[in-house]
Design a protein around this ligand. Sequence first.
Ligand code: FAD
Length: 331
Amino acid sequence: MAKILILAETQNGKLKRSTLELVTWSRKSGQSVSALLWGSAAPAGAKELGQNGIKDIWVVESAGYDTYNPDMCAQTLHEVTKKTAATLILGSTSAMARDLFPRVAARMNSGVISDGTELQLQGESVTVKKPLLSAKVLAKMTFDNSPVQFVLMRANQLPVEAPSSSATPSVGSGAATGVELHAVSAAQPLLAVVKQVVKGASEKLDLTEANIIVSGGRGLKEAGNFKLLNELAEVLGATVGASRAVVDAGWVSHGMQVGQTGKTVAPSLYIAVGISGAVQHLAGMSASKVIVAINNDPNAPIFQKATYGIVGDLFEVVPKLTQEFKRILHK
Ligand SMILES: Cc1cc2nc3c(=O)[nH]c(=O)nc-3n(C[C@H](O)[C@H](O)[C@H](O)COP(=O)(O)OP(=O)(O)OC[C@H]3O[C@@H](n4cnc5c(N)ncnc54)[C@H](O)[C@@H]3O)c2cc1C
């Protein structure tokens, strides 16, 4: 039987959707499942984990973990991996976990498979599918002679389901009951101290986590016209992305770039506005479940990938969409 340890992540005091995806998959696998989480939101996150059927929870309740310190976090994940005797460590492909997992895997003479889109267990061995070469091929990967398998899954790939009531531990007004909570002491930084992290202005979800993305390209003509996309995104609860052409032009920051040299995203809905659909852009978003393209050129390559296409002037189409979504969604 595999022993799974999930590295749970929170945002604004709640578990991230990507964590709930891992929780659902692990719970349904029927294996022994533990979870680790840290930071000042850890107690709230632990309660949510309990409500989602996780009964063995390891918590570092320390505000010192609110800012990612690679050294401290690696020590803690390593320690809890050993204590739980976990054979499969699961995280989502966030910037933090991408940095952290290889550090701990190296300490345990193991490797990491990142960017997974499908997971399968056979006994203790995990098989992970991941896109390679700008999603032109899908690789099936397993670990060779690795007692501990470290896997990072892309967000929005696995379903989120609430547990059936029989699988849910009873939850009181404070901590969940039927759940074993282990307090882990905060590690001491040995090599590096993080003094300050400067965050971007946006409070929106990171693109890689977003369920809906509205992305803009050169068809918007100038930076100020991103206002149209911000308005549409606001109504839909979406995050705004961009093509490289507009990032290179300095209209928006590089953190918003989708594509081969930007972020790889897989939202439920991707709305491409004034984007031609160059192969390097498609490499970053073609795994989106539903793609809507708005372009005034009926021959734009993006239409070959789109689930729905609107041929028209974005300056007419986008405000109408915003107005209509506002009417339907915010009655
Ligand atoms: C090594 C390499 C890596 C790259 N990495 C990336 C990457 O990560 N991400 C990325 O995006 N690109 C990347 N590129 C760049 C890529 O090749 C394209 O140049 C870029 O994606 C084009 O951006 P765009 O679609 O916004 O602009 P364009 O190709 O200029 O397309 C603009 C579109 O807007 C439409 N349009 C114009 N006016 C309107 C209107 N009024 N209403 C509706 N539609 C309108 C046009 O018909 C056109 O289709 C990379 C290139 C290279 C060489």
